[in-house]
Design a protein around this ligand. Structure first.
Ligand code: SAH
Length: 235
């Protein structure tokens, strides 16, 4: 059944997703992605899985990659940048441990997909993108798809978004070589920073703000595009 649906949609070269029957096919492919790539690897938070089942990932990638949108790898989104592999989005979102109503900061808007997943969980999302063309595209896309609880800002995320701090969670989707200190200062007590750190070899880390300092945990090795801007220049 699923196979027929899959070959149908791939055969017609990625329908535009606006016809109801296409929406149902994409939803079935998405459910399979969540089950086989994300839940199967240990992501258990039902709020995260449910958001991933809802957000139309194929509408966040360039049209020529739509048919691959639910495959188990990252994809190019222009300007040499990539949208993360679905599993990594699921894992990082689960590690953030945020809930509806929480304020979340994202550094590295890219396509807007990660921001949409957090918005689908009911978070108030603030996201910063250093490349103006990607920020403009993501802003337009998020509005068109109805993710009104996301604000996109163009700029260097190194210094965070102090006017909206503190955040229950901060997620960074480009890798700096060191953790930007201003981001730690913008965490609420109990809040978490989920961030890939390193250059060629990177570790996904979770830093939690405790009442009396920070704790840090290494999760898995990852591969993200480098974080640009001030963090490359700071000593
Ligand atoms: N979260 C994105 C994927 C991000 S790819 C998604 O869901 O599609 C990483 C993004 O981080 C790129 O778009 C890159 O331009 C951006 N970036 C790199 N350095 C940055 C910085 N200092 N501040 C803000 N964005 C940055």
């Amino acid at each position: 059944m699923i196979w027929l649906a899959l070959s149908g949609i791939l055969g017609s070269c990625g329908g535009n997703g606006h016809r109801p029957q296409d929406d149902a096919r994409w939803a079935a492919i998405r459910a399979a992605m969540v089950q086989n790539q994300i839940a199967a690897r240990g992501v258990r938070d039902e709020r995260v899985l449910s958001a991933l089942r809802q957000v139309p990932r194929h509408l966040f990638v360039p049209e020529e990659f739509q048919a691959q949108a639910y495959e188990d790898h990252p994809l190019p989104i222009g300007e040499g940048q990539t949208i993360s592999q679905p599993y990594i989005v699921g894992l990082m979102t689960e590690l953030l441990q945020v809930k509806a109503g929480d304020k979340v900061l994202e550094v590295g808007t890219g396509s807007g997909y990660q921001a949409a997943v957090l918005a689908a969980m009911g978070c108030q999302v603030f996201t910063i993108e250093i490349r103006p063309a990607l920020a403009a595209q993501a802003t337009e896309r998020l509005k068109r798809l109805g993710y009104f609880n996301v604000q996109v800002r163009v700029g260097d995320g190194y210094r965070g978004w102090p006017e909206e701090a503190p955040f229950a969670g901060i997620i960074v989707t480009a890798a700096p070589e060191r953790i930007p200190q201003p981001l730690l200062q913008q965490l609420a007590v109990g809040g978490r920073l989920v961030i890939p750190v390193g250059s060629f070899y990177q570790q996904l880390k979770v830093v939690t703000k405790q009442p009396d300092g920070f704790t840090e945990q290494d999760v898995i090795p990852v591969r993200f595009v480098p974080m640009a801007g001030e963090v490359e220049r700071a000593p």
